[in-house]
Design a protein around this ligand. Sequence first.
Ligand SMILES: [Cu+2]
Length: 129
Amino acid sequence: MGVVSAVRRLPLLLLAPLALAAALALAGCGDDGGDGAAAAAAAPVTGVTRVAAKDNRFTPPAVQVPAGTTLTWAFEDGLVPHDVTGDGWRSGDPQRKGTFAHTFDRPGTYPYRCTVHDGMTGRVVVTGA
Ligand SMILES: [Cu+2]
């Protein structure tokens, strides 16, 4: 009897993690845009010169570096292509792998975005060297 009820419960036990995963996936999709906008406005991270384009976002979304620093963006989102487009500087065609590097010589704030994905934005804050 114990065995029978255990077997009957098995499908539910197997489905529960799937349902949970689906719920998490849906939740992730729903707030992507908001996350992107909020992320780009977040306080910039220092000590980082590499930004990952992954999961439809830039991580970290905002970095602060001294003038003369070369930042590298790494495209790591599998089949999903991204680009890095700022005002007067850009990576070019969206890409699925590889990297893009850009040197920031002048202090200022440099917002950028991925032209493929609305809300996929980032920001570079360049301070005096
Ligand atoms: Cu993108």
